[in-house]
Design a protein around this ligand. Structure first.
Ligand code: NAD
Length: 502
């Protein structure tokens, strides 16, 4: 099969650009596809299409039940096209077949279904009883769609993270413009096709592909965009906020993390060893809510590290399409270089490489961007490898006395606050620690548990607002208060504050 060229999806039509990106397989660097490289003009066209669709009422004018029906058809379409989507995600993202089926793509239909159900449950209008001051009145609260909502996406979970924006935005009656990451637009473009075939009206969902500084920046500052939802690095998140401030857009941000797990001295070591590796190695550590700092009491440190190192040796790197592969490549040459530079920084800072620490060698690894699962010990929380997001399969192990307060203090000593975990055999002790950890999600005796039913987002510089959960549509709606005077008497109103009698 030849290499396919993909266009952008704007106003229900496929639109090409003069330039194109090459999408390469991170496991072997082979060309997978080419994709239109859009520009600011394409943003303007997409926003105009979304605005026209919004104003026409073709979507915003539907009832929640009607929107639910279309969204459920889209979810069915995703399920029907599962094989194609999984293949794209393996080829363009380096997701292993098990991860793509269970997570990257496997979660797309259930998440879309969840948002479809929220569309039907969304309370659009509610009467509020008020005190009869200054005059008797009836009051109505309405939740109305914002208008055109933009989503700017990273490369790590292009489809699921798109749906975390598209799903609630559509459910609340908005229209959407998505900008995918330059490296991973294929599954989101395929989703746009599926949504169109399922009956989503033209202009309601638009997908553009282009550079961040050009297309992303135009979208974040466009006067006709009412909200921008961004997932990506904290540095770009700050820039998005700055750009959006020019027109006072609503902003939600899902940014970086440096997740910490506090292990208490009564934790089950075998489970913690597995969880530590699952926490830092899933999708080669390229997850914002990865657990990358393991905070371990002196009393169990050596035994736990020995178990983690032994377990790490069983992780099989290789062809992501092979069902037996545990770990695939990292996304790009740039990320590869960045991760390797952190491995060197860790050594230079005095940390010890307990396992991994480099690039695997031999057949299958001649091309592509590979990093061994790596565990650093002798790490202190002031080292760069403990403070900065590496975004690779790298775990830092930090010792503490065993006093939970000290473990919590180390965990919270970070600019980030996306995820954290605590491990203990005693739920009371664990919950006391969980309450003190500064993170949007805290797992007790688990990691990586993210579900559409529960809100997800960050404390501190990990973000702003929450995605998912029963209130997800609130981030995509405006609240309007309508006051209806019921007194019908001129003299009962408060006009005499300005207008004297007579
Ligand atoms: P990135 O911030 O470099 O890029 C994200 C998106 O922003 C891309 O689409 C990019 O083109 C765009 N962009 C870049 N510069 C821009 C600008 N000046 N204006 C507008 N848009 C611009 O992030 P990345 O490297 O693609 O992704 C990795 C980061 O994402 C990590 O820091 C990770 O923690 C974070 N992340 C967070 C979550 C979360 O939910 N909190 C989820 C996944 C990834």
């Amino acid at each position: 099969m030849g290499v396919q060229h993909h266009k952008m999806f704007i106003g229900g039509e496929w639109r090409d650009a003069a330039d194109a990106y090459e999408i390469r397989n991170p496991a072997n660097e082979e060309l997978v596809a080419t994709v239109a490289k859009g520009g600011a003009d394409d943003v303007d066209a997409a926003v105009a299409a979304a605005r026209a669709a919004f104003r026409s009422g073709c979507w915003s004018g539907l009832t929640g039940d009607e929107r639910r029906a279309v969204m459920l058809r889209i979810a069915e379409g995703v399920s029907e096209n599962l094989e194609e989507l999984i293949e794209l995600e393996i080829a363009a993202n380096g997701a292993t077949v098990r991860q793509a089926g269970g997570f990257h793509i496997g979660l797309a239909a259930p998440h879309m279904t969840y948002f479809a159900e929220l569309a039907a449950k969304h309370e659009v209008e509610r009467g509020i009883a008020t005190a009869p001051y200054p005059t008797i009145s009836h009051n109505i609260l309405r939740r109305e769609p914002i208008g055109v909502c933009a989503g700017i996406l990273p490369w790590n979970f292009p489809l699921v993270l798109s749906l975390w924006k598209i799903g609630p935005a559509l459910a609340a009656g908005n229209t959407v413009v998505i900008k995918t990451d330059e490296k991973t637009p294929l599954s989101t473009l395929a989703f746009a096709r599926i949504a169109h075939e399922a009956g989503l009206p033209a202009g309601v969902l638009n997908v553009i592909t282009g550079d961040g500084e050009d297309v992303g920046a135009r979208l974040a500052s466009h006067p006709d965009v009412g909200k921008v939802a961004f997932t990506g690095s904290t540095a770009v998140g700050r820039e998005i906020m700055r750009l959006a401030s020019q027109t006072v857009k609503k902003v939600s941000l899902e940014l970086g993390g440096k997740g910490a797990a506090v292990v208490l001295d009564d934790a089950d070591l075998e489970t913690v060893a597995d969880a530590a590796l699952f926490g830092c190695c899933l999708y080669s550590g390229q997850m914002c809510e990865s657990i990358t700092r393991l905070i371990v009491p002196d009393s169990i440190h050596d035994e736990l590290v020995a178990r983690i190192v032994a377990r790490a040796a069983t992780i099989k790197l290789g062809d992501p399409a092979d069902y037996d592969t545990d770990l695939g490549p990292v996304i790009s040459a740039e990320q590869h270089e960045r991760i390797l530079s952190y491995l060197q920084i860790g050594r230079d800072e005095g940390a010890t490489v307990a396992t991994g620490g480099g690039v695997p060698e031999g057949p299958g690894f001649e091309k592509g961007f590979w990093v061994q699962p790596t565990v650093f010990t002798d790490v202190t929380n002031d080292m760069r490898i403990a403070r900065e997001e590496i975004f690779g399969p790298v775990l830092t192990v930090i010792r503490y006395s065993g006093d939970p307060a000290e473990g919590v203090a180390i965990a919270n000593d970070s600019i980030y606050g996306l995820s954290a975990a605590v491990w203990s055999g005693d739920y009371e002790r664990a919950l006391e620690v969980a309450a003190k950890l500064e993170a949007g999600t805290v797992w007790v005796n688990d990691v990586h548990m993210v579900t559409p039913e529960l809100p997800f987002g960050g404390y501190k510089q990990s973000g702003l607002g929450r995605e998912l959960g029963p209130d997800a549509l609130n981030e995509y709606s405006e609240v309007k208060h309508i006051h209806v005077d019921l007194s019908q008497r001129r003299e009962a109103r408060a006009y005499d504050m300005v207008l004297s009698d007579g």
